[in-house]
Design a protein around this ligand. Sequence first.
Ligand code: ADP
Ligand code: MG
Length: 592
Amino acid sequence: MINMIAAGEVVERPASVVKELLENSIDAGASKIVVQVEDGGRRLISVSDNGCGIDADDLAIAFAPHATSKISTDADLATISTMGFRGEALASIASVSEVSLTSRTADSIEANRMTVDCGQRQPPAPCSADKGTTIEVRNIFYKLPARRKFLRTANTEMSHITEYFTRIALAHCDLDMTLIHNDRQLYRLVGNQSVTERIAQLFSKDIAEGLLRTHGDEKGVSITALLGHPSRARGNNKYQYIFLNRRHIRDKFIGHAMKEAYRGLIEPNKYPIVFLFIELPVEAYDVNVHPTKIEVRFENPNLIHSQVLAVLREKLLATDLDVTAQLPASNVSLLDRFPPSAADTARQERISEAMADFFSTHKQSSTDQQKFRFSAPSQTAHRQEPVNYPAAGYAADAHAGASPKSFLQIHSSYIVTQTGDGFMIIDQHALHERILYEQLCRKLAAGQLTSQRLLIPETFELTDAQLDAIKSNAELIEKIGIELEPFGPKTMAIQSFPAILDKVSPLEFMQDLLDMLTDKTLGLDAERLLHEILDMAACKAAIKAGQPLTDQEMQQLLADKDTVERASRCPHGRPTAIKFSISDLEKQFKRT
Ligand code: ADP
Ligand code: MG
């Protein structure tokens, strides 16, 4: 009975049995493991391996509580490197199901089989079998109707099993692993695959191919990471895997570091795809803090956090993360079978409209007419005629030897510019916002923002709560370059304001800042709060959509784009630019 109850800690559901048995096979040095499941694990969970096997004597005690072959001395406890070590799994599993264990060691001529039915052990008996171990677990919880009732549908239990199988498969790419459900082979992973090959099979080719690989090894922390493109970020953290010394773990600190690394590249409520493999000396953490060892205690969690953040961020900053436009497939029959989504079509239409619009606007405006000089007077006379203009205009320009302008603004909101292998459409607001945000961050890192004295101080009234917020955030307010002075009861005056925000109304900014500072629901730490404020400042100060820009302004924007970090995303994670390649266009126009 005690065992049955204790079993609950380890044996939560069929998936936990799969996990324990897989870990035992790995500890036994297996190179090939087959997992066979029936009815989501309710009827059968069988794990076969070609590991070292268990000899007849050990078999008799393998099911005894706290029987483990993995600890001989106290010192072993501190440096455990095997998967399991508490000697509880087999005893627990066998106390809540019918178990049959067949095993043969390499130097034994025969195998032995032992059965246990809900804790009732039968003595081992010889039989014939290959080298290795097969454990079959049938009818889990059949004597515990309350527990059995809580099992979910076969599909749900199977998805949990698949998840555990996936975690182990990712951490042990050297192993040949198979997962079979109701005689159907779900996964067959050959041994010695690369992680990306595994990811392709376990998730999708698409996800695997888009991953950025990076590695860092500093201060005793070795990190290998496969990073999803920001545009692939998900609504939950299901595609985030953390492995510590080849064991899957969950960790809030590391989760936070991953999110931080993608800050500004993805929308705040999204989760990047990350496969993270950390190697640490076993003395640097403790696994004995959680019954299933999924959480660990790091000796120096801050070091782990900063190393993960540094390695990931460095890679993301060094990578061109521009979004490339997906033009609809050029093959008509393919198009018929897979019509572009409504969003694709709408985007294409918006772009075509914008382009058409640009050309008609430019035909009518006299200044632009100069930039796109038309040599033939007859063509100028027929300005309203939409045919042939662009080609004629560009051709004439080329003849005249004028350097062609490589950018133009459309709809007073987007800038179209030529790139090495195509062209790019830039969202002027998003890009400027990102540029300002980076400038603000850089200035702040160097000290505080330069502030400018207002000619006439601007006064505002405030509540007690707002006054408290100002007092408790005095340092932060000073850092961003705002100088406040009391100006009578419940009134304050803004004396100075950050120079970089010269286009922003100080009063309006102050109001929003106070809202942010007094909003307890945000629950932000100081660093996060500062970034939120910078986000807000950048958004307010940035060029708006619908604002016509001069050539100089556009030139400046494009030049700044090349100098700021993470220019391909606005601070909120939306893309700032979408790229189109000439080769895609050529396919579209059936030139290839
Ligand atoms: P632990 O893994 O914590 O030692 P378990 O209850 O999981 O405890 O297993 C008990 C013992 O049975 C192990 O220490 C190991 O000696 C043996 N054992 C279990 N599974 C296997 C296997 N697949 N191959 C070889 N030995 C195994
Ligand atoms: Mg074990």
